[in-house]
Design a protein around this ligand. Structure first.
Ligand code: FES
Length: 323
């Protein structure tokens, strides 16, 4: 079971806002004292006020996990997103208070790796920077490939140049100016037991790296991924859901989700991302065939068939939930 701990809300202060290259805003958040510990790959949930109402959005922690003085985030202004990142870019100022939950980690580093290869595409570099810190502290071998369109669109560049593990970072620019584009035939090492690959970035970048890693013979448990957003199709045929503890039966229509139908009946399942990436809405399943639509559960968890993301996944036939 993934780490779903700590849902307490903290109020932190924006100690610094810095508008970096590539439409990425760096935020440094501080509290009144040491912040809760996090491990590399963790994210926090940030409450964003949008014209449509408050939204919780997930942002990876980019700083050194050993530094409990602050949380560092990189937030891409993405006009294609559902409004969270553009609202943050518009509204957040140094000195303001923000509501934060977490940290939680659904993208942890393997503890048994003998070699680690990190691929960050654009804003996907944020969890990779924390991973690089942790691997450096462990004195573990690793390479971070950071791919962007050009040097002018490469956030964190100034910090990267001063990092104690700068030699482990390979920059790649699609325009070939100052750095070679990422070439997986060259940059993805041979699949060996103990070599783990991590990827985070836009969907096309992730599909490419994951596809090439699979073709190169990496088993699923050595390919680790973190999605920032997902183009999820949550529609499908109607199905019935029985909630055993509440003794409630509902029908989920073609355009509805389990979470929304149950909320209408007064049974609230907490949701945050509503697109199958954060894991907040994961619920135990007692019976039934799940039609997984999320990006959150691993292949192994899907095969177990005893958990469902109620914000987007569906069922074939009747589903019995342990709520
Ligand atoms: S609310 Fe994020 S996975 Fe369902």
């Amino acid at each position: 079971m993934k780490d779903m701990s700590d849902t307490k809300t903290m109020i932190l202060t924006v100690a610094e806002r810095f508008d970096d290259r590539g439409d990425i805003m760096q935020l440094t958040l501080k509290g009144d004292g040491p912040l809760p510990l996090f491990t590399a790959g963790a994210h926090i949930d940030l409450l964003v006020e949008t014209p449509e109402g408050p939204l919780w959005r997930q942002y990876s922690l980019a700083g050194n996990p050993a530094d409990r003085d602050c949380y560092r985030l990189g937030i891409l202004k993405d006009p294609e997103s559902r409004g969270g990142s553009t609202a943050l870019h518009r509204l957040v100022k140094t000195g303001e208070k923000v509501h934060v939950e977490g940290p939680r980690n659904h993208f942890p580093l393997a503890t048994d790796a003998t070699n680690t290869v990190l691929f960050g595409g654009g804003i996907g570099v944020t969890p990779m920077l924390a991973m690089a810190w942790e691997l450096h502290d462990r004195d573990a071998p690793f390479t971070l490939h950071y791919a962007t369109r050009s040097a002018e669109r490469t956030a964190f560049l100034d910090q990267i140049e001063g990092l104690p593990f700068r030699a482990n970072i390979v920059l790649h620019h699609d325009d070939g100016q100052g750095a070679e584009p990422l070439d997986l035939a060259r940059d993805l090492p041979k699949a060996e037991a103990g070599t783990h690959v991590y990827v985070c970035g836009p969907q096309g970048f992730m599909d490419w790296v994951i596809g090439e890693a699979e073709k190169a013979g990496y088993p699923g448990k050595q390919i680790h991924r973190e999605y920032f957003s997902a183009d999820v199709d949550a529609t499908g045929d109607s199905f019935e859901v029985y909630c055993e503890q509440s003794d409630l039966t509902v029908t989920v229509g073609p355009d509805e989700t389990i979470a929304k139908v149950l909320a209408r009946e007064g049974l609230k399942i907490e949701v945050k991302c509503e697109e199958g990436i954060c894991g907040t809405c994961v619920t135990d399943v007692l019976e039934g065939e799940i039609d997984h639509r999320d990006q959150f559960l691993t292949e192994e968890e899907r095969e177990d068939g005893d958990q469902i993301c109620c914000c987007c996944s569906r069922a074939k036939g009747r589903l019995v939930l342990d709520i």
